[in-house]
Design a protein around this ligand. Sequence first.
Ligand SMILES: *[C@@H]1O[C@H](CO)[C@@H](O)[C@H](O)[C@H]1NC(C)=O
Ligand SMILES: *[C@@H]1O[C@H](CO)[C@@H](O)[C@H](O)[C@H]1NC(C)=O
Ligand SMILES: *[C@@H]1O[C@H](CO)[C@@H](O)[C@H](O)[C@H]1NC(C)=O
Ligand SMILES: *[C@@H]1O[C@H](CO)[C@@H](O)[C@H](O)[C@H]1NC(C)=O
Length: 367
Amino acid sequence: MSPHTGTDTRRSCVRPPHFDILWLPRAAMRSVEGDPSDCVLVVGVSRPKMAATILVIMLLSLFLTFHILYDSALNSLQAASNDRPRPPTLLFSKQFYPSATRRLPQAIIIGVRKCGTRALLEMLSLHPAIQKAAGEVHFFDRDENYYRGLDWYRMKMPHSYPEQITIEKSPSYFVTPEVPERIRAMNSSIKLLLIVREPVTRAISDYTQLRSHAATAPSFTFGTSSPQRSFQQLALHSNGSINEAYRPLAISVYHNYIHRWLETFPREQILIVNGDLLIEDPLSQIQRIEDFLGLESKISTHNFYFNETKGFFCLRNETSDRCLRETKGRKHPRVDPLVISKLRRYFAEHNQKFYELVGEDMGWPEE
Ligand SMILES: *[C@@H]1O[C@H](CO)[C@@H](O)[C@H](O)[C@H]1NC(C)=O
Ligand SMILES: *[C@@H]1O[C@H](CO)[C@@H](O)[C@H](O)[C@H]1NC(C)=O
Ligand SMILES: *[C@@H]1O[C@H](CO)[C@@H](O)[C@H](O)[C@H]1NC(C)=O
Ligand SMILES: *[C@@H]1O[C@H](CO)[C@@H](O)[C@H](O)[C@H]1NC(C)=O
C-alpha cells in the first residue's frame, strides 16, 4: 500500500452534491494514512441533521422577528391617527377583526366661527365612539377642494371602526352659500352640529382674532388702514350708526345663514349647541349631543375640570389630558359698555328671527 497524499484521499471520498468542498477524509487532517471511507464534514458542523435543524430554527425565528416588527410598526402607525386600542394582533388574526378604514363623516360641525367649534370637537373626541378629523378640512366651502371629489375628502378623515362616528369641523361652512346643498349631495341624512354664542361676544372675539392675524401679516396687504382700528371704530360709523357690513357683525346675524340650512335639511338633523353654556356647564350640552348622535352616554363630570393654576378648562380621559384656552390666549379688548348695549339692541330683533327659525330661545341679553 502506497502512502496516501491529501488529494488522493479526497478523491476517494463520496461527495454529497451541495457540500462538495466541505467533505474531507479524516486522514487529510491528520496528514497520515487513514481509512479513505472515513469521511467527515469539516466546515461549521460535523452533523448534517443538526445543521438542518439549526437552519430551520434560525429561519423560523427570523420570520417571527419580522412578523412582530411589522405588526408593531403597523400598530404604531395606526395609533398615530387612531387612539383607540386595536385588538391584539396574533399571527394571521387580522382577518378576524374588521379593520379601521377612512370613512366619510356621519356628522359635521358647520360653525359658527369663534363660538367654540374647537372646544366642542375636543370634548366630543373624549368619547370612545368618536373619531375626529385633524384640522379644518374646508372641503365643501373651497371650490379647489370640492372639485377634487369625495375620495379626496375621505382621505382627510381619520381611521375609524364601523361602529364609530367620524366627525369634522370647518366653521366657514355655515356662512358659505354653496355648502348646504353640497353636503346634502354627499349624505342627505347626515347630522349637523351648529354651535352659537351670544352675537356681540362672538363679534368681539372675531375682531380680536382678525386683529391678531393682521398684526402678524405683512402691512401692505392692509393698505392705508394699517394703524389698528378699535372694535368700536369698525363696528360703528362715524355718525354712530351700526356698520352692518362689518364682517364680524354680519356673521353674528345667524338667521341670515341658518335659513338656507333649514331649507336643505330637516330641522331634526341640525342640533344647535349653546357655546356659552358649553364652557359654563359642558356636561348639559355634551349629553344632548351624545343623544343626538345616537351614542351611549360615556362622557361624565370626570372628563372635565378647571385648572385654577392655569385658569383653563381642561379635558381628560384614560389616554389624554389637555387644556383649552377659550380665546387661544388672546385677551378681548375692553369695549365701551354703551357700545355693547347699542349692539345688543341691534341684535335683539335678529336674535328673535333666529329663535323663530330654529324653534329655540337662546335667552341672549337684549341690551
Ligand atoms: C381620549 O381622548 C383623546 C383625545 O380627545 C381621543 O383621541 C381618544 O380616543 C380618547 N380615548 C378614549 C379611550 O376614549
Ligand atoms: C349618512 O349619515 C347618517 C347619519 O349620521 C349615517 O347613519 C349614514 O351611514 C350616512 N350614510 C353614508 C352613506 O355615509
Ligand atoms: C351714517 O353713515 C353711514 C356711512 O357713512 C351711512 O351709510 C348712514 O346712512 C349714516 N346714517 C345716518 C343715520 O346718518
Ligand atoms: C394645573 O396646571 C398646573 C400647571 O401646569 C399643573 O402643575 C397642575 O398639576 C395642574 N392641576 C391639575 C389638577 O391638573
